[in-house]
Write a protein that binds this ligand. Structure first.
Ligand code: ATP
Length: 340
């Protein structure tokens, strides 16, 4: 397998008068293999956009190394840029232009043959509306036009920041089909998202980032298997016996969480062990079912964004280091500006 995107120990610290010093990336690692649809997941403020902007040379990192298509960046960006398509911020299109005009203009400016315009319109499913003005487009169609513009140069790697943002379920489904088609044609697609169900459906592999660090990575199935904490749901003939059953199972070495009408049992290799242990206490199982966690629960668990009763916490609060330091803005930019 060839690595198309490699990041090792990436660090980025923002310094602003208003918000103080912030370690947006704190030794972040990421690896994407060729031909995959790779999900880049993380809660708000975890460092996804900073990573993508840094990769594309829009922000200067404070440390670490990055490579795109086997070449070290930012040094080799001029050579690899032609093979990387990216939408990191929603591109603005002239509302009075049609999709055809927009893409023709971009193709002309980028030295791309005009016949490619028809190809990308076909690919993103905009062929029939190519003659309509952009201002008449739905958000989903504008997103597809954005993807079309990134596809003009037939990139080997396509990087999309939140491509399904604001799309309705139909639009999300179309975007999913588009990503899969592109990957099948050999393109590598990296998409950042917090629509977890979507990522689980569409992606071959994922990187999960929290507070500027990688907390999990690998094929989706592997990440789920390693972190899901899969358990067994156990119901008894008499629900009033649940406390007794919980005690018996935990005495025998299992981890138990109790619910109103069932127990969740963890750390057990054979389900039969549960029924045997309980039957030995004259407790009889009426249901014994494996419960597989989904990416959403793994994500919430790993990134500690699961709501905790009685606690209110902003996701990126703990990324703030020290207080507001009026001298700290090394970039000399305005408060809250990109401190590259
Ligand atoms: N220009 C900036 N100046 C100061 N801090 C910044 C700046 N841009 C981002 N940050 C901070 O860096 C951290 C990472 O932000 P980033 O935008 O990379 O996160 P994200 O994962 O893309 O979030 P979202 O999902 O909300 O887009 C956050 O704490 C954010 O507040």
């Amino acid at each position: 397998m060839t690595a198309v995107l490699e990041i090792e120990g990436l660090r980025k610290t923002y310094r602003s008068r208003r918000r103080g010093v912030r370690h947006a990336l704190d030794g972040f690692d990421m690896l994407v293999e060729q031909g995959q649809v790779h999900g880049f997941l993380g809660p708000n403020g975890s460092g996804k956009t900073t990573t993508l902007r840094t990769l594309l040379g829009l922000i200067k990192p404070n440390g670490g190394r990055m490579a795109l298509l086997g070449r070290e960046v930012p040094a080799a960006l001029p050579e690899v840029a032609g093979a990387v398509g990216a939408i990191v911020e929603s591109p603005q299109f002239f509302p009075h232009f049609t999709a055809q005009d927009t893409l023709s203009l971009l193709a002309g400016a980028g030295g791309v043959p005009q016949q490619r315009v028809a190809e990308v319109l076909e690919l993103v499913g905009l062929r029939d509306r190519a003659g309509d003005r952009v201002k008449s487009y739905s958000l989903g169609m504008k997103q597809r036009l954005a993807v079309a513009s990134a596809l003009l140069k037939n990139p080997r790697l396509l990087i999309l920041d939140e491509p399904a943002n604001g799309l309705d379920p139909g639009g999300i489904r179309e975007m999913r089909a588009l990503m899969r088609n592109l990957a099948e044609s050999g393109m590598t697609v990296v998409l950042s998202s917090h629509i977890l169900g979507e990522v689980q459906l569409i992606c071959d592999s994922v990187t999960i980032i929290s507070l500027g660090r990688r907390v999990a990575a690998g094929p989706v199935a592997q990440v789920l298997a390693q972190h899901a904490g899969n358990g067994l749901r156990v119901r008894l003939e008499a629900a009033t016996d649940l406390p007794l059953a919980a005690e018996a199972l935990s005495r025998a070495g299992a981890e138990i969480t109790t619910n109103d009408d069932h127990l969740m049992v963890y750390g057990v290799e054979q389900p039969a062990w549960v029924s045997r242990t309980l039957a030995a206490q004259n407790l009889y199982v009426s249901e014994l079912a494996p419960v597989t966690a989904d990416l959403e629960s793994v994500f919430l668990d790993l990134t500690a964004t699961a709501p905790v009763p009685g606690q209110h916490r902003q996701v990126d609060e703990s990324a703030l280091v020290g207080g507001s330091d009026p001298q700290a803005n090394g970039s000399g930019g305005t408060p809250g500006s990109w401190g590259a």
